[in-house]
Unconditional design. Structure first.
Length: 324
């Protein structure tokens, strides 16, 4: 690893847990392929207690990475560990089984190099063939962006200025939705941000990931975590200044819709859905606000609020198997 005392432009925080070494190497190689000089980058690999440490297989990168092994505590604690070590002006999180798409990510690097922005958000893809597309939104405050747009929850799809974090961290123990809790709070701290529609992040869908294993235990954990995030963000929205409160309430409403959708798809149970709705009512999160946040949100809100629509959703959504 570069021993320069200068501040890197960007710290890349890679988190891994029993990740195949080939994927970790592909991820690191995608960073090294960028136009950043060694002094401009910092690559921190946080191993969240893998059964077999990959350190011996990473010796080819010994001058390029900082490897940290910690007791298994989940991705939230792994990312927090990376943040504690990071020195970069900007931060980029990457799950070590994913990788950056070099040409498209270079455009995002140009945005942080040559514009005074706190966050550059971009898109992910599951397709390997991606032609460059550099259509960027005008820079606006994070609150203004979140008030008027649907926010993509993944923190891996943004480069953000380290200094805007303050004391914000990921909540330990949350396995489902840790990004959904962290990202809106981060965005509200941005004095300005740019959204690019360039697909700069390659996301792998792993059949062995915890999000892919839905059984009774994981469903209960997923439901509990999602409710914890919803209730926290909803409570937070009551304490924010007016513009930020409006932005957060929009995000909470969208997450509530996603939560209800997933309850239907995961359980196909009218009883489970009614019990979940009752818990939402207790926190004033149901019925969904009568807002035109998006076409999908508007239709979902209308349908679930009618008795017939309620039953139609229970019958049809599990067949669609795609997110709202």
């Amino acid at each position: 690893m570069d021993n320069s005392t200068s501040t890197p432009l960007i710290s890349f925080i890679l988190t891994c847990y029993n990740t195949p070494i080939e994927m970790i190497c592909t991820c690191i190689d995608s960073i090294l392929a960028l136009s950043l000089r060694p002094s401009e980058r910092e690559i921190i690999v946080v191993d969240d207690g893998s059964v077999t440490s990959p350190i011996n297989d990473l010796m080819q990168y010994k001058h390029d990475i900082l490897y940290i092994y910690k007791v298994n505590g989940g991705v939230s604690t792994a990312r927090n560990t990376g943040l504690q070590m990071a020195r970069g002006t900007f931060i980029q999180f990457i799950d070590a089984d994913d990788y950056l798409i070099c040409n498209n990510y270079e455009h995002c690097l140009d945005l942080i190099r040559f514009s005074n922005t706190d966050i550059v958000a971009f898109d992910f893809t599951r397709q390997k063939d991606n032609s460059p597309n550099y259509n960027d939104s005008p820079a606006v405050s994070g609150a203004a962006f979140m008030r008027d747009n649907n926010l993509h929850g993944s923190v891996c799809c943004m480069i953000f200025r380290h200094s805007i974090l303050g004391k914000l961290q990921f909540t330990p123990g949350i396995q489902f939705g840790e990004d959904e809790e962290f990202t809106p709070q981060l965005v509200l701290r941005a004095g300005n941000m740019v959204k690019s529609n360039t697909k700069a992040y390659f996301y792998r869908t792993s059949p062995t990931s915890i999000t892919a294993k839905i059984n009774k235990t994981t469903f209960n954990k997923k439901r509990t975590d999602n409710e914890t995030v919803l209730f926290h963000l909803n409570s937070l929205s009551q304490t924010l200044p007016p513009e930020e409160s409006i932005a957060m309430k929009r995000r909470v409403a969208q997450l509530t819709m996603d939560y209800l959708y997933n309850i239907i798809v995961d359980t196909q149970s009218e009883t489970e859905l009614k019990m979940s709705i009752e818990r939402l009512r207790q926190h004033n999160l149901y019925p969904l606000p009568d807002k035109k946040y998006s076409v999908k949100y508007t239709w979902f809100r209308r349908i679930i609020n009618s008795k017939l629509g309620f039953k139609i959703l229970l019958l049809t959504l599990p067949l669609l198997k795609r997110e709202p």
